[in-house]
Ligand binder design. Structure first.
Ligand code: HEM
Length: 138
């Protein structure tokens, strides 16, 4: 953490990596969501899902690693920040929602529940993004 404090560009670079992770995560989830909602029906759902979920997972790992590093620079402030707490709870909720989506084999079914869970996932991730930006203002 001392190395981070010693370089003025280090924290902004972490934010760049964080936003790159967010873009990879959300961009690929939106692509999969469109397929679950029936757009691009000529594309086989399962191989497309494998590719988009691999990239979305890589995005999440990048966001989590850069986010935890930023967290390490000011843990007390962030633990006392209610918006940060809500953001972490929402990420856990998104994980549970993803577990439900895959546990019931939604990609094979592509039914109304699959569409509903996919929609809920997008709303949760947009709330995570909103909380992320909001942290600095409370
Ligand atoms: C374990 C996962 C994560 C941790 C620990 C984490 C932590 C953080 C921290 C510490 C900040 C800096 C707050 C500040 O200095 O103002 C931040 C900013 C942000 N986070 Fe996360 N984050 C995580 C995942 C995510 C995800 C998955 C998203 C989006 C879907 C996201 C969206 C954002 C946004 C938009 C910002 C504001 C960036 C900026 O203003 O430059 N974060 N996050």
């Amino acid at each position: 953490m001392a190395a981070l404090a010693a370089h003025a560009w280090a924290y902004p670079m972490l934010e760049v990596l964080h936003l790159l992770g967010v873009a990879l995560l959300l961009g690929n989830l939106v692509l999969l969501e469109l397929r679950v909602f029936g757009l691009g029906a000529a594309l086989p759902a399962e191989p497309l899902a494998r590719l988009s979920l691999t990239l979305a997972s890589a995005g999440f790992v990048l966001a989590a690693v850069s986010g935890l590093t930023m967290f390490g620079t000011m843990p007390q402030e962030l633990l006392a920040n209610r918006v940060f707490t809500v953001k972490m709870l929402l990420i856990m909720l998104a994980g549970c929602n993803a577990g439900w989506f895959h546990g019931r084999r939604s990609l094979q079914k592509l039914d109304a529940t699959a569409r509903a869970l996919m929609g809920v996932s997008t709303v949760i991730w947009l709330l995570v993004l909103t909380c992320g930006r909001w942290i600095a203002y409370v």
